[in-house]
Design a binder for this molecule. Structure first.
Ligand code: UD1
Length: 418
């Protein structure tokens, strides 16, 4: 449980961790090569632990020290991914492409993950079968075979982050060129493409597509993970919701553009340097309209904490979720804290209230958890957030970092980093 005594304006500066959503595919990319892969700026969080456990179960040797992961291959890889690890985290499904491309076969369970919508993997499967994979879905498992994947042009009906990554990973060892039309352009996808290039697969981005030129075999590489724009955005929103002044260091400000524009529109003062962003609230924030979209649109992962912030902004806000149809696990809990939010389909009509009141709440997924922590920081009295396992899946040292900004916040147990 996390306990927060709300009402303190946060002030000071924190450093962003490495991006969870870039670290996970990077760890799975190591399956493409027998050579050593070294990853730097890896965040210490549960999902990274799960990814490390998974590649270990598949035959890799991993040394994790500080923010550095050294991945080696002491013996043959297994083509079968353990069910428990894939169910724990949806991103684990990304081992399918690398195992198939490397070993000619793979058996991977259909994934689990956060309860934020139906989240099918049809685009992953359609794409891989276009590259020549024979796929069979049976009793909750995907059985895949392909003596040699063949590069093709694949069109994605939706710019799915996971499907784009799956195809880049598989394409890195396919014969010829794999072109993904309508790809996801999230910075984490681009970061994966940089790692694949460093491993020897040539990746180029064009206006309408990303193209990977497969290699017969890939080398090793050393790669630094980009900063976590979602974690950074969460701290900026923590500064804004408490009417404080918070600076986040070690970020790529461009990756936060959609959030920063919306914060300015709400009346928050925003400043940026080359690798930092800060916010300051000097007058009451106003409600704004927000619609989540694939990058460079407003990130769905910041929708829940943004809703907490807008719950206390003057006037009305309209928040529309277009990426995950059911990402509203935070709303019921915010209502219990005194927010005024009406849901209509995929939209939330928020009427800003004067204050929120602390109470006992439960996190239903990673970002809903962050939203409740933020609400608690601004609420009168004590907020308890249960379901912290969700929060620890995605945030490195959240409580310690918030304390450094002056928050009165405690936790029963946090993540212990190797
Ligand atoms: C990734 C991120 C997640 C983020 C999301 C959107 C990781 C580990 N997770 O998730 O934090 O919220 O991008 O930015 O990087 N879809 C299909 N068929 C598919 C694949 C996806 O219909 O085969 C749908 C999903 O149900 C969802 C939408 O596409 O409605 C977006 O999903 P996607 O971009 O694939 O997200 P993830 O890769 O799961």
């Amino acid at each position: 449980m996390i306990v927060i005594q709300g009402g303190q304006p946060l002030s000071g500066s924190v450093r962003a961790a490495g991006a969870k959503n870039a670290a996970l595919p990077a760890i799975f990319a190591s399956l493409l090569t027998p050579e050593p892969v070294e990853l730097l700026n890896v965040p210490c969080l549960r999902d990274v632990e799960t990814a490390v456990e998974l590649v270990r179960a598949l035959g890799k040797e991993v040394v994790w020290e500080g923010g550095r992961l050294s991945i080696r291959e002491p013996g043959p890889l297994s083509p079968r991914a353990p069910e428990e690890l894939v169910r724990r985290m949806r991103a684990s499904f990304l081992v399918l492409g690398p195992l198939l491309a490397r070993l000619g076969q793979a058996q991977v369970p259909l994934p689990g993950g956060c309860a934020i919508g139906t989240r099918p993997v049809d685009l992953h499967l359609k794409g891989l079968s276009a590259l020549g994979a024979e796929l069979e879905v049976r009793e909750g498992w995907v059985y895949a075979r392909a003596p040699k994947l063949q590069g093709r042009t694949v069109y994605l009906d939706y710019p799915s982050v996971g499907a784009t990554e799956q195809l880049l990973l598989a394409g890195a060892l396919a014969a010829g060129e794999t072109a993904v039309l309508n790809p996801a352009r999230e910075p984490e996808v681009v970061d994966l493409s940089r790692l694949l290039s460093a491993l020897g697969a040539r990746v180029r981005w064009a206006d309408d597509r990303v193209v990977v030129q497969g290699a017969g075999a890939l080398s090793g590489a050393r790669h630094a993970i980009i900063p976590d724009r979602i974690e950074a955005g969460t701290f900026l929103l923590a500064g804004a919701i408490t009417k404080g002044e918070v600076r986040v260091e070690g970020v790529i400000p461009e990756h936060l553009a959609a959030l920063l524009v919306k914060l300015e529109e709400a009346g928050v003062e925003v400043s940026c340097g080359e690798d930092w962003v800060s916010v300051a609230v000097r007058r009451d924030p106003q409600g704004v309209g927000v619609e989540t979209r694939p990058y460079p649109g407003f990130p769905t992962d910041l929708q829940p904490p943004m809703v907490s912030f807008l719950s206390l902004a003057k006037g009305e806000s309209l928040v529309t979720e277009t990426v995950f149809e059911d990402r509203f696990g935070h709303v019921g809990e915010l209502l219990r804290m005194g927010a005024s939010i009406r849901r209509q389909g995929a939209s939330l009509l928020i009427r800003g209230v004067e204050g929120l009141t602390g109470t006992r709440t439960a996190a239903s997924d990673i970002r809903a958890g962050a939203a409740l922590v933020l609400a608690g920081l601004a609420a009168r009295g004590t907020t308890e957030v249960e379901g912290t396992d969700h929060i620890y899946r995605g945030y490195e040292g959240l409580v310690a970092k918030l304390r450094r900004l002056g928050a009165q916040i405690w936790e029963e147990k946090g993540n212990t980093c190797p």
